[in-house]
Design a protein around this ligand. Structure first.
Ligand code: LLP
Length: 433
């Protein structure tokens, strides 16, 4: 055994790869009919590679489960114009959480009427932008937001928006504390338990600035337990029943498998849990959901190049790649696990234990605390991390004035650059003095 070797020795599970992943004649991984080696040569590293067929398949699965327009893509997971268009073309509406996300969706050609505006602290400017653009729905989160809507209405800003009220159902989802949102102790929404939810309904019904069409909840993100969703559906259905509103939105939050040991429900299974629970409770309203992660996470991988390998005898080995916390802050923020592999030998055994790190100037810049890699990994190798399509690029940064990686959509042997790599000039674009 070489230093750093650990048991058990396991290969990458193929189910973590995008749908169209295959092995080329030369043994390299292909996605969407494109060799990862060629993609890296053409577009450089780090690089986000999205399998377009996989994205479309997940959108279709959501639309098949919930109905046309009743699956609303949560753009915060990954947004660029190509993605906004793709989700809309496949029959989804778009959940936008800021004026910026709305701007990108509209710039992509998605009608504002197909967008739903979220946010626990929407500004007057964002509300005005959404209303004047003809937003489909606003999910109102607070009494202060209602004050702002009243003020805009008084100023003659219209049309009167269709509104859902975000309810905090008091359901604690089993996920990381930072992304659990359904519990009473939350900055989001109107609490059911203390009567705020009912007070919000009464105020909305009496308000001229709001056309109340339904209720909304979102219990958290990366949730694996179907029972948590079932519980939230039950609580919401019970509250909604006497109110007789046409829309009920049960949020996003379906988890995905990032590592070998995780097994997540499919979108279709999630749909069954939610819709069966609603049917059993006699819900008459249209039931919608807002999946983000489950649409895009596993569609993409990030391709890096290995730059340094530093063994510290008796301690550990550090393998550094040319990106890091600026393209994927999730390991540092949430302690999230990932897998890694070498695209030249995707299913090679991985006996070599190392800490996979980036190129940023701090020790916290970790992509995988306990990576398992093939024993022959060397400087200059391409190294890929699968399941990086959600909340990687969208939470990325320019820390250390690093230029953000490009995004390529691959399909049927074609590689389409949808977001180019940032340039050094881009880093100066907002610097005015
Ligand atoms: N709807 C609402 C109101 C949300 O707040 C979210 C996510 C979604 C839908 C979509 O949830 P999804 O299906 O993607 O789980 N940055 C974190 C995730 C934060 C999620 C925020 N809200 C992460 O990287 O895990």
């Amino acid at each position: 055994m070489i230093a750093g070797t650990v048991a058990p020795v396991t290969a990458l599970p193929s189910r973590l790869l995008p749908d169209t992943a295959a092995i080329g004649d030369d043994g390299w991984l292909t996605v969407g009919g494109c060799s990862v080696r060629d993609l890296a040569a053409e577009f450089g590293t780090p690089l986000f590679v999205y399998d377009e067929a996989h994205l479309r398949a997940r959108c279709r699965e959501a639309v098949a489960a919930f109905g046309h327009g009743r699956a609303v893509y949560a753009t915060k997971a990954f947004l660029c114009r190509a993605m906004a268009r793709l989700a809309y073309d496949e029959g989804m509406r778009l959940d936008v959480a800021t004026g910026g996300e709305l701007h990108i969706a509209v710039a992509a050609g998605v009608p504002a009427s197909a967008c739903v505006l979220h946010g626990n602290n929407k500004s007057v400017a964002e509300l005005r932008q959404a209303i004047t653009a003809g937003i489909g729905q606003i999910v109102v989160d607070s009494f202060d937001e209602m004050d702002r809507l009243d003020a805009l209405h008084a100023d003659g800003i219209g049309p009167t928006p269709d509104v859902l009220l975000r309810i905090t159902p008091g359901v604690h989802a089993h996920t990381h504390e930072f992304i659990a949102t359904g519990q009473d102790d939350s900055k989001f929404g109107f609490n059911l338990g203390n009567g705020d939810a009912m007070r919000a309904v009464e105020r909305a019904r009496a308000s001229a600035s709001i056309r109340l069409v339904g209720l909304h909840c979102h219990i958290g993100s990366n949730v694996f337990a179907a029972s948590s969703f079932g519980k939230a559906a039950e609580v919401m259905a019970t509250f909604a029943a006497p109110l007789d509103l046409p829309e009920l939105v049960l949020g996003g939050g379906l988890g995905v498998s990032y590592v070998e040991s995780e097994e997540a429900p499919t979108i279709a299974q999630w749909g069954n849990v939610l819709l069966d629970a609603c049917a059993a409770l006699g819900v008459q309203a249209n039931v919608s959901v807002e999946p983000g992660r489950s649409i895009v996470a596993a569609a993409a991988m990030t391709v890096y190049e290995v730059g340094t390998i530093k063994p510290i005898p008796g301690v550990r080995t550090y393998v550094s790649v040319d990106g890091g916390m600026s393209d994927n802050p999730r390991p540092v923020l949430y302690g999230s696990g990932y897998e890694a592999f070498l695209p030249r030998a995707p299913f090679a055994e991985r006996p070599f234990a190392a800490r996979l790190v980036g190129k940023h100037c701090e020790s916290g810049d970790v992509l995988m605390f306990e990576a398992r890699l093939p024993a022959d990994v060397r400087v200059g190798d391409l190294l890929a991390m699968p399941v990086t399509g959600a909340y990687g690029r969208s939470m990325g940064s320019n820390y250390n004035a690093i230029t953000r990686p490009p995004v390529v959509f691959v399909s049927d042997g074609d590689a389409r650059l949808v977001v180019r790599r940032e340039t050094f000039d881009d880093l100066l674009a907002t610097d005015v003095d």
